[in-house]
Ligand binder design. Structure first.
Ligand SMILES: Cc1cc2nc3c(=O)[nH]c(=O)nc-3n(C[C@H](O)[C@H](O)[C@H](O)COP(=O)(O)OP(=O)(O)OC[C@H]3O[C@@H](n4cnc5c(N)ncnc54)[C@H](O)[C@@H]3O)c2cc1C
Length: 347
């Protein structure tokens, strides 16, 4: 079948799921148009470490050159309210790379392979013609949580990756490119006192760090050089399973968002794209009806991610709620936390 005979795929959303799917399809000769509401490069709220990304997914999507220089993180140091609780050695190294760099590289590779990328184009989410894939990220809903992130240079480090548990909050510190560290936290929203100065914007992060009892971490970050241009915030973060909508193909966070502490959301986005490649290529070549394509992919998504999402959602309150955190910290100090098992359940 020639390219002209091949049906075209439309992807709405150019985050990791959308871009990697577009790239994979283009490498198989499928015509793809991708609509992205914003542009590249841009900073995004994300811990910027990728755990559990398997070699098969990297190969299927052709991501090896894009991830080649990502940092390899092996050691995670867990802290609770300014005290070290546990050192964890990851069974597989996590990758450290900024979204600023990763998304832009994927977008460039997609265009280089002949993909039609329409940036600054927001598409209505309701229309559902055959051949349209939604990779639009998490659906904003009223929520108690806010995500904040900033890049810092010259900050003293205590491990490849650090996770700090505070009162209704956790913050990850992850090394990324050019000697920078990404500090990214999920916090329960709190009122900001009228006396709090509005500027600089990343002052909001320090407000939340102090309010969550993470004063030592706030002090350490203050010693570094904060990159104000990288600061970003996202509200309306929720972790409920999205209602299943038959006939609609949703990948990545728009299928389901795994809690950020796992560092696995980006892997889920990429793995869901890899899983959709074969059925979508077959549909494009006329070998499968659209309804069957969507049904096959949705079955695959549920089979691959259901247990992982359920485990991560069950554990999430232990990272946020003070009395559960105290229990976790005690178990960590006593070396009773089955870190390997917990890792395998959530990846
Ligand atoms: C606080 C926080 C920390 C996190 N830390 C980590 C981490 O350390 N490691 C990890 O693996 N994961 C982490 N995650 C999760 C990770 O960021 C997501 O799982 C990942 O970005 C999902 O990719 P995606 O492509 O599905 O969605 P996104 O990356 O959100 O991309 C969706 C894209 O769709 C576009 N879009 C939306 N609507 C439209 C429309 N109507 N028309 C056109 N375009 C549209 C958006 O502009 C966006 O670019 C974190 C999340 C949060 C909130």
């Amino acid at each position: 079948m020639t390219r002209r005979d091949c049906q075209s795929i439309e992807i709405v959303g150019g985050g990791l799921a959308g871009l990697s799917l577009g790239l994979g399809l283009r490498r198989r000769g499928v015509p793809v148009t991708l609509f992205e509401a914003h542009g590249y490069p841009r900073h995004r709220v994300c811990g910027e470490f990728i755990t559990g990304l398997d070699g098969v997914t990297i190969k299927r999507l052709g991501l090896a050159p894009i991830l080649a220089d990502a940092l390899r993180h092996r050691q995670v140091v867990w802290h609770h309210r300014n005290q070290t609780v546990q050192n964890q050695r990851l069974p597989v190294p996590a990758l450290g790379i900024s979204r600023y760099r990763l998304d832009a590289r994927l977008a460039e590779a997609f265009v280089e392979t002949g993909g039609d990328l329409r940036v600054h184009t927001r598409v209505a989410l309701e229309a559902r013609p055959a051949g349209r894939v939604f990779a639009t990220g998490r659906r904003p809903r009223p929520s108690l949580w806010i995500g904040l992130k900033v890049h810092v240079r010259n900050v003293p480090r205590g491990g490849d990756l650090e996770v700090h548990l505070g009162d209704q909050a956790y913050v990850g510190l992850s090394g990324i490119e050019d000697g920078k560290v990404n500090a990214c936290g999920l916090f329960r929203r709190r009122p900001i006192s009228p006396g709090t100065p509005p500027a600089p914007a990343f002052g909001l992060l320090f407000h939340y760090l102090e309010a969550s009892g993470l004063t030592a971490l706030a002090g350490r970050l203050c010693e570094g050089e904060l990159d104000a241009s990288s600061f970003c915030a996202v509200a309306a973060v929720n972790f409920q399973m999205e209602p299943f909508r038959p006939g609609r193909l949703c990948l990545g966070d728009s299928f389901a968002m795994i809690p950020p502490f796992t560092g696995n959301g980006m892997a889920v986005a990429l793995q869901s794209a890899a899983l959709a490649l074969d059925p979508l290529s077959e549909w494009a070549r006329g070998g499968l009806a659209w309804a069957d394509t969507v049904a096959a992919i949705n079955r695959g998504l549920r089979r691959r991610f259901r247990a992982r999402l359920a485990s991560a959602n069950l554990l999430h309150p232990f990272l946020l709620e003070p009395w559960r955190q105290f229990w976790m910290a005690w178990a960590g100090h006593a070396r009773l936390l089955p870190m390997r098992l917990l890792y395998h359940l959530t990846h």
